[in-house]
Design a protein around this ligand. Structure first.
Ligand SMILES: Nc1ncnc2c1ncn2[C@@H]1O[C@H](COP(=O)(O)OP(=O)(O)O)[C@@H](O)[C@H]1O
Ligand SMILES: [Mg+2]
Length: 375
């Protein structure tokens, strides 16, 4: 792959929210140059002064700066000519017509996969708490437990029900307020279905959860990944090109080495790295003393290595094991340092990756259609 292919691949994860397609397939990216650490892009918009412009520019900046060798992004905006505009509207109509997104997840949904090289670092705990926290902020949020065999989300959220299918044979997620949850733990009620799921490859199971679930309009979809690397990440980048990865590590440097493998893998499958969370960072006593029980520096090291933000450091909670494992998420527990830090972490995520807001510039579309019909 050439450098310009790589840039285009990353740019194709930027969606024009209104036209429902990515800016590369819409033919908006006219030229990309990469000289030293600066990327210069010529971006053609249907109408140069569209309010959507900001959102698209910010998104391009954010995506490209995730690349190691990119420091500055310069975007030159031009307005499309009549021919380009016709083509772009044709493309947008085609998209709307085929309506055959590979999955049932809206391309505007922010997708955050939570991964780590190994088990036991707190992926599921963090996925559950982050998803719940985003939902509490008022965002429509989905939580997909992609740890098909080692599912733990139902237990962490204290859900015991079984989910059902609607008349379209789509699974209806379990709902807690604004949060929609899917997990094999909510399906496998009997041995036969359990066996069927076991027979599925992990990537197939993920595909089912993305295509056969009635997710509705989500702002965020949080995916709790199984430990390890490989299959499932490749499937993820194929099925949800907008997916980004948060890597969870514990503070010891050994753990950070394992996490590096996941981050490398993500880079190879073109999943942008959103950031690092260091979990079980320290223990804070009632009197405010901090103890680095599991060492220190793992989160910083990983964030430096990949040039991505350290989104948060979550301290060890005294009673996680009994309380969280019996269904009271950390953010619902009494005021503890852990709860406070998780809330900061969630704010940070929402700042780094704000939901895509449909500032519908209907005016813009109307104008384009008007021009088309006047031809
Ligand atoms: N910040 C924390 N403080 C204390 N215990 C934690 C913390 N994060 C996770 N745990 C505990 O560690 C164990 C493993 O967490 P889990 O989320 O299941 O990890 P993973 O999904 O990475 O395998 C669980 O018992 C969980 O309650
Ligand atoms: Mg887990």
């Amino acid at each position: 792959m050439t450098q310009s292919d790589i840039l285009l691949k990353h740019l194709s994860t930027v969606f024009d929210p209104e036209l429902g397609a990515n800016i590369v397939e819409l033919g908006m990216v006219k030229d990309v140059q990469h000289i030293d650490k600066t990327v210069t892009i010529k971006l053609a918009l249907t109408i140069a002064d569209c309010p959507m412009r900001n959102q698209i520019e910010t998104e391009i900046n954010r995506k490209l700066k995730l690349l190691e060798n990119v420091e500055t992004v310069e975007i030159a905006i031009t307005a499309m000519d009549q021919k380009d505009r016709t083509a772009v509207m044709e493309k947008a109509r085609e998209k709307a017509r085929e309506n055959a997104q590979p999955t049932n997840v809206d391309p505007r949904t922010r997708v955050i996969a939570i991964g780590s090289g190994k088990g036991g670092v707190g992926k599921s705990t963090l996925s559950a708490n982050i998803a719940l926290g985003l939902a509490k902020k008022g965002f429509q949020t989905g939580l997909l437990d992609a740890d098909i065999w080692g599912f733990s989300i139902p237990r962490l959220l204290g859900i015991t029900g079984r989910i059902e299918a609607n008349s379209d044979k789509k699974m209806i997620p379990h709902e807690i307020g604004n949060l929609k949850v899917i997990s094999t733990g909510l399906i496998t009620s009997d041995e036969d279905t359990a066996l069927m799921w076991r027979g599925l490859m992990l990537s197939k199971a993920l595909e089912q959860f993305l295509t056969d679930v009635e997710w509705g309009d989500l702002d965020y979809l949080i995916i709790d990944l199984p430990p390890g690397t490989g299959d499932i990440q490749m499937a993820l980048s194929r099925l949800l090109p907008q997916a980004e990865l948060i890597v969870v590590t514990t503070p010891q440097l050994m753990a950070q080495k394992v996490a590096t493998r996941v981050a490398d893998m993500a880079k190879r499958s073109f999943i942008p790295l959103l950031g690092v969370i260091e979990n079980m960072s320290y223990f804070e006593s009632d009197t405010g003393e901090k103890y680095n029980i599991f060492g220190e520096g793992g989160g910083e090291a990983l964030s430096d290595k990949f040039g991505i933000p350290l989104l948060g450091k979550v301290p060890i909670s005294e009673n996680t094991n009994n309380v969280a494992d019996s269904g009271t998420p950390l953010i619902d527990q009494n005021n503890s340092v852990t709860k406070v830090e998780i809330e900061k972490l969630i704010n940070n995520i929402a700042i780094q990756l704000p939901p895509i807001i449909d500032e519908t510039c209907t005016g813009r579309l109307a104008k384009v259609f008007e021009e088309l019909s006047n031809q």
